[in-house]
Design a protein around this ligand. Structure first.
Ligand SMILES: [Zn+2]
Length: 377
């Protein structure tokens, strides 16, 4: 008998879920009649489930639309602000916060300059305080907050609390336990490349296998095959930043030489000439000789990295990280250089810039909470 009850409960839950996801994927309001017709459900079943979803605060009426018979049919839609999740990005120089709603949209953002210092006893308290201020200033209801994700450029062990190695933060085997405990919400810690890749995959309609290459202070990435991240034997998959692109080349923060990160990290463009990234791309635009020479070298090594990723994985490559904010005008020349070396593809349309740009890693780590919540409905 209890098995039968379980089966009935599971079936009811599945019906409720299919109605919610139908409205979620529709992207625009739909009537109960639309739901009944498209999901092949009886109207009484639709009424009952819609009432439950309204009572749970997940959907609501969007207003009346004129039906074929002249009577207004009430249109239903999902409520994006029924839940939120927050992502925090920690880099050596910046602390950034992003909040996303159920529609995968960023609803609030904050960028604070700071210096990451693991030695500082009060660091975790500082981050937790800034988080609370961010929640207040964004007017996010704490009751609706699913969790807080933290993303940084390092290898995170499966306990989701230990940073095994983060060269750009100069830390090795550091526990984030104090930081996690200082935050009074569910916390999830993820590598920035992995979370950026996840955002890209989860945010796209096609959900194609993707290699994500993040160009920021560090250079990292992720490989997503049918939505699952390929992590590797030691959680180091997608460490594109430490592929060798020049034998015995420039020194890298990892201690080796010739890595893609040493050539294509953000600091290369700003630090080498002692200017900001914005200034660098302004100089490049007016064909400043120093900026142009540096750009040629940057581009050459970036294309070697992209070519190798494509040859190994044969999937779309998405560029993320804050350097991409400036890269759109240079995408055609990158594709042209890639095509010159590609034995199979002359268009190189597989290369594109992340839809979330500099927000991708923070949003990705927030969106993992959103994905779990949507799957639970
Ligand atoms: Zn390296």
């Amino acid at each position: 008998m209890s098995e039968l009850n379980d089966a009935i409960t599971a079936r009811r839950k599945q019906t409720r879920s299919s109605i919610y996801h139908y409205l979620y994927n529709a992207g625009e309001p739909r009537s109960k009649q639309d739901i009944a017709r498209d999901l092949n459900l009886s109207l009484p079943t639709v009424y009952q489930n819609v009432t439950e979803l309204i009572n749970a605060g997940l959907i609501d009426y969007a207003g009346a639309a004129q039906s074929a018979g002249g009577r207004p049919a009430m249109q239903l839609r999902i409520l994006p602000d029924a839940r939120f999740a927050i992502g925090i990005s920690i880099t050596g120089h910046r602390l950034r916060f992003s909040a996303a709603d159920l529609s995968r949209k960023q609803v609030a953002y904050l960028d604070l300059p700071h210096h990451y210092n693991v030695e500082d006893e009060d660091y975790h308290t500082f981050v937790a305080q800034q988080l609370e201020e961010f929640i207040d200033s964004s007017h996010i209801d704490r009751e609706r907050l699913l969790g807080v994700g933290i993303t940084l450029a390092g290898i995170i062990l499966p306990d989701s609390q230990t940073v095994f190695y983060a060269p750009t933060l100069y830390i090795r085997n550091v526990s984030l336990q104090q930081l996690v405990q200082a935050i009074p919400y569910p916390v999830y810690v993820e590598n920035d490349g992995n979370s950026g890749g996840f955002a890209e995959w989860f945010g796209s309609e096609e959900r194609r296998s993707t290699a994500f290459l993040s160009l920021a202070d560090g250079v990292g990435g992720a490989v997503l095959v049918n939505g699952d991240q390929y992590v590797g034997d030691h959680y180091r998959s997608g460490e594109f930043g430490h592929m060798c692109v020049e034998w015995n080349g420039l020194p890298c923060a990892c201690g080796k030489r010739g890595c893609l990160e040493a050539y294509c990290g953000a600091q290369r463009l700003s630090g080498d000439l002692g200017i900001t990234l914005t200034e660098f791309f302004r100089k490049l635009e007016i064909k400043d000789p120093d900026a142009s020479a540096l750009w040629e070298d940057y581009k050459k090594h970036l294309v070697i990295g992209l070519h190798n990723i494509r040859m190994v994985l044969d999937c779309d490559i998405v560029l993320g990280g804050y350097v991409t904010e400036f890269l759109e005008p240079y995408l055609p020349e990158l594709k042209e250089m890639l095509a010159e070396n590609d034995p199979f593809d002359k268009e190189c349309s597989y290369l594109r810039i992340s839809r979330y740009g500099k927000y991708s890693s923070m949003l990705g780590v927030a969106l993992s909470f959103i994905r779990d919540f949507l799957n639970s409905i």
